[in-house]
Structure formats: C-alpha cells, structure tokens
Ligand binder design. Structure first.
Ligand code: F0G
Length: 433
C-alpha cells in the first residue's frame, strides 16, 4: 500500500512524499500523520498470518511490531529495519489491583517488558528504521528519560549516532544510565522538557539531524502495534476501556489511530473508550478537556512521575480527536494517588514506574465517579518497567518520598526493610517464630 505523509489539520490535509524530511506541515505548521492508500487488506487472512508468524524465527516475525507490518507499511525495504525484538508484551490479570480500583477485574498490558523497559521501543524501531531509509547519520531527541533510553539503543543497534537532550536533574538515574550505556552523546540542558523540544527542533534542522521525538509520525505508526497486539492477544475482542497515562500525548494519538484503522478495516467491531490520565501538576490536557476553552500549556509542570512531567504536549490536537472519537475521558490524579496505586501494582508482583501507575489511580477515581462501571472490561497500559526509578520506590517504602510542593507522601502501603543483627535468635524474633 502506498504511504503518504499527510497534514493532520482538517482544513489543510496537504500531502508529502513519505521520504521527505519534515515533522510538521510546511504549509500550515500542523502535525503530520502517515496515511496509506490502496486496497484494504483481508482482515481474516491477516489474523491467520500473524498467528503463524508467532512460530517463526525470522527477526521481523518475532518482533511484536513488525509482525503486524501490513498495518504499518511505510518502508519499501525491510533491510532498513532496526529491531531488538520489541513488543510481545504480556497482558496480566491483577485481582488485587482490581479490588483497589473498584473493578471486578483488570488487566495490565505491560510495555515495561520491552527491550529498554518502556513502550517507546514499539515506536523507536519504526523511527530508527525510517532514519536509516532516509540515509541519516545522526538522530536526536529530547526526553523525560524513556525516549532517550530507547532511541540510544535503537540508534546504536542500527549504526546511527544518538544525541540525547534531557532536562538537567529531572530524569531518573535508571533512564539516564541507559542513555549513557547505549552510547548516546548526552546533553543535560538547564531547561524543562518543553523548552528543550523547541531547541532540538531548531538544532535538528540546522545540523541535519533526524528528530525522533513523538512528533515524528513514524514513531506513532510503531506505537499503534501496542493496540494491535493487545487485540490479537484478546482474540480481537475489544475491551470497554483502554486506560493510559498522558504526557506528550503521542501514545494517545497512536492508540486512537490504531483503533480507527482496526475498526475501518474490519479487525474489531467497536472502538473501546480511551481514558487518559495525567498527574495533577502536569495536566494541561485534562484542564483543556474540562474547560473546553483554548488550549493552554502549564508553564511549570510538577510531578514525581517525571516521565509525564510535560506542560506543553505537542500531540494534543491528535489526542483531542482520538479521545473524542472514542467517547473517552481525561482524568488527573495526585502524587499520593499515583504512589499508592504504584505500590498496589507492585504487590500484585507486576510493578511499574510512577507514570504508569497513574492509570490505576485514574481508574479508581473513574469507577468511584461511576464513569467506568465495576463490571467493565478494562485494559490499563503500564508504560514503563519497575526498575526505571528505584529511588522513588525506596523513598516511598521508607516514608521519605516528598511531593514537588515539599509535603511528605504517606507510605500507605509501605514495606520498609528491617535492619537486624548477625544473630539467628534476633532474626527469628523479627520473623515472629
Ligand atoms: N509513561 C511513560 C513511562 C513515559 O515515558 C511517557 C512519556 C508517558 C507515559 C507518556 O506518553 O508522551 O506519549 O503521552 N515519555 C516521553 C519521554 C515524553 O521522553 O520518554 P506520551
């Protein structure tokens, strides 16, 4: 199927060749999306083919992104693909989390099982592959941590030079460590995410570096696979709700696009409602949906869930369309709610990073408000691995976790380590024997 870069703005819809190096519409400045033209594929045949590929040892078939390549057919040559066997992430039942949130049952699709520990890998395999197709040598991104970790890995694996710009002092060490280990030229900038995104867009153009932020439409194509794989794992039965955290809103855009395409091609018979959850101190999309006035950014976003500490999300126009089209909602949650929900996900033996736990915290509020019914079929997407931010975990469990406003977060489900002497009797007493 021919792929075309198309302006997302309804009043423009200008088209550009798929190999043009642009990130926004040169005519109107709108966001771009990849649109496919040509005959619709046979959905039943593809469902069978994708199942068969699970038995295959070919790298593209083993990838939980490229297995579904018929729905992301923007590359002309598979030799350009950079894959670390991303995707293939499980859907896990979590009864204790269901009880906590007021649902009869809940399932987590855990993107933290990816090669670099976050959902960014689903998109980065596509972004890095497109960079190779375009013959780029250097790639760059600004990141709250996960995008940079993922980009560093995929660029290095694909023979490209990764350049990472991060807000100084505002990303977790786990993520910074990954960027360094995967060989990224790493610049810690004394500015916040939104300011650095403006910088990196100028630098990419000036220095001929390929930009791999989620404004890059090819990353969005890859992130569609999270939803495609989810439906495949559920034997193509759509849930009532898909819940995800919202930061720059690239993932919300990708999920909505995937759902619209799956529905229009006959893979699913209805579109689940999207629930996007933001942290209270970084909730411009929540505010916008609640007020329904002009979109206003949050100048000084604040949250310990640093992955979603974003005040001026670039993809909000796409996210608006997708949330509206799905009959979805946007919720916001406090630092305390995120921290407690995260501990519950940990107690299920699953675990995730703080931003991911915003989902469960948001579901709890939405069920309490009657927006999500107790017997609804809900899949929450955990976006990042528990080991991304161990410092946060230790502080929570030891009662030392401080909100951005300086207040202490209650260690509601705390699990403090106990210091014991080198003495069997003393240890037995502690263990209650
Ligand atoms: N969850 C995690 C763990 C993230 O890293 C991010 C975004 C999000 C949720 C929000 O997704 O931006 O598509 O709405 N992290 C980006 C980064 C911004 O730089 O790693 P979104």
């Amino acid at each position: 199927m021919p792929a075309i870069l198309t302006c997302f703005e309804a009043g423009c819809r200008s088209k550009y060749p798929i190999d043009e190096i642009i990130y926004t519409c040169p005519r109107c400045g709108g966001l771009l999306e990849v649109v496919y033209e040509g005959d619709a594929p046979d959905s039943s045949a593809l469902k069978r083919l994708w199942r068969e590929r699970r038995m295959s040892n070919a790298p593209l078939d083993q990838s939980g992104v490229w297995r579904y390549r018929e729905l992301i057919p923007f590359l002309d040559d598979p030799a350009h693909v950079v894959t670390l066997r991303e995707g293939d992430t499980p859907i896990l039942d979590a009864p204790a989390a269901a009880r906590f949130s007021g649902l009869d049952r809940i399932a987590f699709k855990h993107q933290g099982f990816n090669p670099t520990g976050s959902f960014k890998d689903n998109g980065m395999t596509c972004g890095a592959s497109q960079a190779r197709r375009l013959g780029m040598q250097r790639v760059a991104c600004v990141s709250t941590g996960n995008t940079s970790a993922s980009m560093a890995a995929y660029a290095s694996a694909g023979g490209l030079q990764p350049i990472v710009l991060i807000p100084h002092g505002n990303i977790s060490y786990g993520k910074l460590a990954q960027a360094l280990e995967y060989g990224a030229r790493t610049l810690q900038v004394e500015a916040n995410f939104d300011q650095i995104l403006a910088l990196v867009r100028i630098l990419a153009e000036r220095l001929g570096i390929y930009l791999l932020n989620s404004i890059n439409p090819f990353r969005i194509e890859g992130q569609k696979s999270i939803v495609i794989e989810m439906m495949d794992q559920r034997d193509w039965s759509a849930p009532d709700w898909i819940v995800l955290p919202g930061g720059n809103l690239g993932n919300t855009s990708a999920f909505g696009k995937a759902l619209r395409e799956l529905k229009s091609l006959g893979f699913i018979d209805r579109i689940p409602r999207l629930a996007v959850v933001q942290a209270e101190g970084a909730a411009p999309f929540y505010n916008f949906m609640a007020e329904r006035t002009a979109f206003r950014s949050v100048e000084h976003p604040k949250t310990l869930a640093t992955a979603i500490k974003i005040g001026d999300p670039v993809s909000w126009p796409k996210a608006l369309l997708e949330v509206t089209n799905s009959g979805g909602v946007v919720e916001k949650v406090s630092e305390q709610e995120i921290a407690d929900a995260k501990a519950i996900i940990g107690q299920c033996g699953i675990g995730c990073e703080p931003a991911s736990a915003a989902t469960l915290a948001g579901i709890r509020k939405l069920t309490a408000a009657g927006t999500i019914a107790a017997d609804a079929d809900v899949v929450a997407v955990l976006t990042g691995n528990v080991l991304k931010d161990p410092d946060y975990i230790y502080r929570y469990h030891t009662g030392e976790l401080q909100s951005p406003d300086g207040s202490l977060i209650r260690s509601t489900f705390g699990n403090k380590p106990v210091l014991v002497p080198n003495d069997a009797d003393a240890i037995a007493r502690v263990l209650g024997n």
